[in-house]
Design a protein around this ligand. Structure first.
Ligand code: 3PG
Length: 395
């Protein structure tokens, strides 16, 4: 996929550039708890400033319904200021009516090395579906539009696609990096290509499985997908996470020869009590108040064999309930295996909130080739869907 990027813009001097980032980050006690998405967009922001542009950042935070003080981008602007060593002026929303004039006024006063950030764009109800010409109005405050938030590229909203219809539009460096990396894995992957798929929800994972089954050599399964499969086969799985709606699809897709299923798993109580390993070749015994919470040791050993041979690895989704010991072993082992094989021997990609948390826990993030900032966006891209945010940037 070829997209227009900011490297192709010749003259940025004094141009007002509206940059749609995704700074939807977790907050704790009014402070940014995890700043990876901020750091990921720094190269784009710095590139634009270096070329003399006036940078106006736009992001959402959470899913507010109208103005919500708790979801102000104020802590985000502060953290960005620290990270960049530059002033980041947050344009608060006191009076929605005058907001546009205020923004235009502030931008005209901007100093060259300063950055302006608009308050949470989802405070405007028209943003979600680009109603009442929201994107068009937003485009009035800038000369150029840059989409850098890969994590929001699947949203057909005013600040993603709406504004792009009215301004010359380009991808930022983060968006470019993610698209190039993900395309490399799914268009012409170096073989063997191993896909590791876990997590709780079937709804977002099955389309990925469907789309990548023809390209991947092996698909290693864990989490809710496996539980649903066992349940669909008639096994008693107690309180395990399953998705009843996908019974038939699970049965059909997971029978494919490329799909490698766990040969054992860890079952027990939610708090870790009575945790024990069960082999899938024996009668499955999960009582009503127990659940399957992890893949077992034989499965880790089996999956290691595939990961150690892979030339391309894509991993999305935990193997189990890794937040609770002793159910963390499977997911953390997969994290170590994927990171150990990446950068050099294989091209390794990971994405999704839980997957990143697991990699963070084993402190091996730096060894992964591409750490995607997108959860839902990455899954939709891997499912082969045409993402709305990319359509307008395609060459
Ligand atoms: C995400 O965190 O996946 C993105 O910021 C998109 O958020 P949304 O699902 O609320 O649109």
């Amino acid at each position: 996929m070829k997209i227009r990027t900011i490297k192709q813009i010749h003259n940025l001097k004094n141009k007002r550039v509206l940059v749609r980032v995704d700074f939807n980050v977790p907050l704790e006690k009014g402070k940014v708890a995890e700043d990876a998405r901020l750091i990921a967009s720094l190269p784009t922001i710095e590139h634009l400033i270096k070329k003399g542009a006036k940078v106006i950042l736009v992001s959402h935070l959470g899913r507010p319904e109208g103005f919500d003080k708790k979801l102000s981008l104020s802590p985000v602007a502060k953290r960005l200021e620290n990270l960049m060593g530059r002033q980041v002026k947050l344009l608060k929303i006191e009076r929605l009516k005058d907001y546009r004039n205020e923004v235009v006024d502030q931008i005209s006063k901007m100093k060259n090395d300063e950055v302006v950030m608009l308050e949470n764009i989802r405070f405007f109800p028209d943003e979600a579906k680009d109603e009442n010409n929201f994107g068009k109005t937003l485009s009035g405050i800038a000369d150029i539009f840059v989409l850098d938030g890969f994590a929001v590229v699947h949203r057909d909203s005013g600040s993603v696609t709406g504004v792009a219809k009215h301004l010359p539009s380009y991808a930022g460096l983060l968006l470019e990096k993610e698209i190039v990396g993900l395309s490399k894995a799914i268009e012409k992957p170096k073989k063997p290509f191993v896909l590791v798929l876990g997590g709780a929800k079937m709804e977002t994972k099955l389309p990925v499985l469907k789309n990548l089954l023809s390209k991947a050599d092996y698909v290693l399964i864990g989490g809710g997908i496996f539980n649903t499969y066992l349940w669909a086969k008639g096994c008693k799985v107690g309180k395990s996470l399953i998705d009843k709606e996908y019974k038939n699809e699970a049965l059909k897709l997971l029978k494919n020869k490329k799909v490698i299923l766990p040969v054992d798993f860890v079952v027990g109580k939610e708090n870790g009590d009575k945790a024990r390993v069960q082999d899938t070749s024996y009668k499955i015994q999960v009582t009503n108040n127990e659940a399957i919470y992890d893949i077992g040791p034989q499965t880790i050993r089996l999956y290691a064999r595939y990961i150690k041979k892979a030339q391309t690895i894509v991993w999305n989704g935990a193997m189990g309930y890794f937040e609770q010991k002793p159910y963390d072993v499977g997911t953390l082992s997969i994290a170590r295996l994927v990171a150990s094989r990446s950068k050099g021997k294989a091209f390794g990609i990971i994405g999704g909130g839980e997957t990143l948390q697991a990699m963070e826990k084993v402190k091996m993030m730096e060894f992964v080739d591409l750490v995607s900032t997108g959860g839902g966006a990455m899954l939709e891209f891997l499912s082969g869907q045409r993402l709305p945010g990319l359509k307008l940037l395609t060459k």
